[in-house]
Design a protein. Structure first.
Length: 137
């Protein structure tokens, strides 16, 4: 893990013990090694994780779906360091065109020009469908 840490991927602003277990740490490590670090290399600039691992309680609080990849340590919501939707679009497109294996690359809540407010990326080694989606508000 070159650019990201487990602490960063499990950070929350809620007063909840959001500590991943061994299985989730292994999944987060794989997400970083297979997708996040390579994307950071291709992008050439820092990427900020806004939501990574979520314990079930945190996932409920933020309105996540019950079967969210976040709960299993297989997903991260990411944004450019300066949170610029145009830069987020670059990150989304880098993932889409990268040739990397991933489960989902989602353009989340895009602005009027179609640029994501953030990018959701997931990596489930048993379901590497390289699906690219847009989730409108």
């Amino acid at each position: 893990m070159k650019y990201f840490t487990i602490a960063e991927l499990s950070r929350t602003n809620y007063k909840i013990d959001n500590i991943p277990a061994r299985a989730e740490i292994a999944a987060l490590t794989e997400l970083v090694e297979k997708v996040l670090d390579p994307v950071r290399e291709m992008y050439g600039k820092p990427i900020r994780v806004t939501s990574g691992y979520r314990c079930p309680k945190l996932n409920r609080l933020v309105g996540g779906v019950v079967n969210s990849h976040h709960v299993r340590g297989m997903a991260a919501d990411i944004t450019s360091w300066n949170d610029d939707p145009k830069e987020n679009r670059k990150i989304y497109d880098i993932i889409r065109k990268s040739g990397l294996k991933y489960t989902q690359n989602i353009n989340e809540h895009p602005d009027k020009k179609g640029n994501p407010n953030w990018v959701h990326i997931s990596y489930d080694p048993n379901n590497l469908k390289c699906q690219n989606l847009t989730l409108w508000k």
